[in-house]
Design a protein around this ligand. Structure first.
Ligand code: ARG
Length: 447
């Protein structure tokens, strides 16, 4: 029974938050004369000793006492005798556990946001470093149009902007102080919830005691933010995996972020990128697990809710482990400029521009699209580039194709022409980069 029901093996990571919460609670109890000042002082001293025991690995965890809250209280009673029993006045584990989780999450959200900011800065650096490099842009994983590599990478920057906005939203709704709700109904003791909130730097209080102990939205929202973030990172990693294959050969990842094969000497496996993609599955799992745990629960606290912790902690660990090394892997990757040049030299990628040219010559777009399609189909059968077919033969597909189309088939010129706002022309990407640079530094302030 104990092994099945205890949360101690994993909730011990809440120890320092639990002690912070308890100290604020005890100070408030003394201020309101629920206990006297001398008692409060002794209890706080005891809690601080316990904090040191935890930090120095000396704390005697005991599974008999189910969770970290009971373990700390039991230890306090060991130290202070019956006085230790006063700590839990006007409090329940139901409001205590969710207070601890709120405190924990507020800290972790700040750290994760810093990692995201760092990843954004890495992407901006790469966009700078690879200035002017072209790659094929893909739709349906078929070569579509040439784009700047910087432009492609910056797409991930903007995903992270939205991820950070979402995380800031999670923080707003995590910044709510539940203590004082008691087990469900509040308490008759003369407590001061505002004071506790202020001591613990919360901006707001839960206004309904039942909601305070029933709410796990903030955890689900964090998991939802994490699932979306991981989806973005997984797509990025999938591209890095493809790009580093012999078939693409666009990039090379630094040895520090790949592994060899135990059998095949030539192998360089992108393990970090693959695992990032793989771990996305478990983060989704934690989100679905929590949504499912909560869906049928009557108000207020139910023991089912103890299941909120492992998925949350695992997700926090996954993000904190992954984000910094992902930044490093990106920062140290190199590109194969020759391979990239070969890839964009494929002038079929300029088909859209040819069709647009015919439109400028007075053809409607559908007919232009058809003519260029025929032109390309012919060249594909012949195994030649568009620019290799002589003007006379080209004119069979459309008379205007007999003209000088060399510029239209030059990927650099094609890219330069896409100068609409948010487009891939160097002039547009320069503006995008400036905006990105300003935003990544300032995003926190704007929120
Ligand atoms: N370990 C419990 C949890 O994580 C703490 C709250 C227990 N409350 C209770 N009434 N059993 O949810």
């Amino acid at each position: 029974m104990l092994h099945f029901t205890a949360s101690l093996p994993y909730d011990r990571r809440l120890a320092s938050c639990d002690i912070r919460g308890s100290i604020a609670h005890v100070e408030m109890l003394a201020d309101r004369s629920v206990i006297n000042a001398e008692e409060a002082e002794l209890i706080i001293k005891g809690l601080e000793e316990i904090r040191a025991e935890v930090q120095e690995g000396r704390f005697p965890y005991d599974l008999e006492f189910e969770d970290i809250h009971m373990n700390i209280e039991k230890r306090l009673i060991e130290k202070l005798g019956p006085l230790g029993g006063k700590l839990h006045t006007a409090r329940s584990r139901n409001d205590q556990v969710t207070l601890d989780t709120h405190l924990y999450m507020k800290e972790e959200i700040r750290i994760i946001d810093q990692f995201l900011q760092q990843l954004q800065a890495t992407i901006i650096n790469l966009a700078d470093r690879f200035e002017g490099v072209l790659i094929p842009g893909y739709t349906h994983l078929q070569r579509a149009q040439p784009v700047l590599l910087s432009h492609h990478l910056l797409a991930y920057f903007w995903m992270l902007v939205r991820d950070r906005e979402r995380l800031a939203g999670v923080l707003v709704r995590t910044d709510l102080m539940p203590l004082g709700a008691g087990a469900i109904a509040g308490t008759g003791y003369d407590i001061d919830r505002e004071q506790v909130a202020e001591k613990l730097s919360f901006s707001r209080l839960y206004e309904n005691s039942i909601d305070a102990v029933s709410d796990r939205d903030y955890i689900i929202e964090f998991l939802s933010f994490s699932a979306l973030l991981m989806m973005h990172l997984s797509r990025l990693c999938e591209e890095l995996i493809m790009w580093s294959s012999a078939e693409f050969g666009f990039i090379e990842l630094d040895d520090a972020y790949t592994t060899g094969s135990s059998m095949m000497p030539q192998k360089k496996n992108p393990d970090l990128a693959e695992l990032a993609r793989g771990k996305t599955g478990r983060v989704y799992g934690s989100l679905f697990s929590m949504l499912t745990v909560m869906k049928g629960l009557p108000l207020a606290y139910n023991k089912d809710m103890q299941e909120d912790k492992e998925g949350l902690f695992d997700t926090v660990d996954t993000l904190k482990n992954l984000l910094p090394i992902l930044s490093e892997m990106l920062d140290t990757m190199s590109i194969d400029r020759v391979r990239l040049k070969e890839a964009v030299d494929d002038d079929y990628l300029c088909a859209t521009d040819l069709a647009d040219y015919l439109v400028r010559q007075g053809t409607n777009f559908r007919d232009a699209h058809y003519a260029v399609g025929e032109f390309i189909a012919f060249c594909r059968r012949e195994g030649i580039r568009l620019r290799e077919l002589d003007p006379e033969k080209r004119s069979r597909f459309h008379p205007a194709l007999a003209g000088d189309i060399a510029d239209l088939l030059d990927p650099v010129k094609v890219v330069n022409a896409r100068c609409s706002r948010g487009g891939t022309a160097p002039s547009a990407v320069k503006k995008q980069l400036e905006l990105a640079r300003r935003l990544s530094g300032n995003q926190k302030k704007q929120q």
